[in-house]
Write a protein that binds this ligand. Structure first.
Ligand SMILES: [Zn+2]
Length: 217
């Protein structure tokens, strides 16, 4: 047995893979969605739109076990959940946005947030989605300052103002004339995705479509 496989088995013993939504032990060596959650989770349907992009999809409604799972993913260090979230989101993207994008990107957190958290949850999600397509995500945006958390702000106007001008295009030649799929973890009013999409279009993107793991009902 190679050292890597041995280490993998040891880690599975110490931290057995679990369903990221309810904590049920997963059979086999990898975390997976359990059959009960597959039945019981609040699956979303249809598409949404906001200023800056005309089509977006999300997988689940942001409530109950979904909300708690995402809070552990973002704030509790459970970055491994991306391995389960990614294929769920990839499937939803294939159904709702298939053939409508040339590259996969994401809405980044600030450098400060990434350093304190240790990872960028949207980038990890985009990586897991891109893996299903056999590609790598492309970094197209940089968040130039740490603004207030959108969830602390309640009016749509306050949320729009809070994100105005916070993103800067990175290497516009990578996406000029291309249709970009922009991935984020949660969409509520769509203000963040709108601002990110606006920035990409202004820098030459031909079209922007969006996808998130969870959204508001
Ligand atoms: Zn479960």
């Amino acid at each position: 047995m190679t050292a890597r496989r041995w280490l993998g088995r040891l880690l599975n013993l110490l931290y057995p893979p679990k369903c990221p939504f309810c904590g049920a032990l997963s059979p086999g060596g990898e975390a997976s969605l359990c059959p009960r959650c597959e039945q019981a989770l609040p699956w979303a349907e249809g598409t949404f739109s906001a200023q800056g992009f005309d089509s977006g999809v999300f997988v689940l409604y942001y409530e109950g076990a979904v909300r708690e799972s995402l809070l552990r993913y973002k704030f509790g260090g459970c970055s491994g959940y991306a391995g389960v979230y990614g294929p769920l989101l990839a499937q939803r993207i294939a159904e709702g946005l298939g053939g409508r994008f040339d590259l996969i990107s994401y809405v980044p957190v600030s450098r400060w947030r990434r350093a304190t958290r240790g990872y960028d949850q949207s980038e990890l999600l985009a990586r897991a989605v891109a893996r299903c397509y056999g590609v790598l995500p492309v970094a197209t945006l940089h968040k130039r300052r740490q603004n207030r958390t959108q969830s602390q702000l309640h009016s749509a106007d306050a949320r729009r103002a809070n994100v105005s001008g916070v993103y800067m295009p990175v290497g516009p030649e990578r996406f000029a004339g291309q249709r970009v799929l922009l991935i984020d973890d949660i969409v509520t009013t769509g203000a963040t995705l709108s601002e990110a999409a606006r920035t990409l279009r202004a820098a030459g993107a031909a079209d922007v479509v969006c996808a998130a793991l969870a959204g508001k009902r």
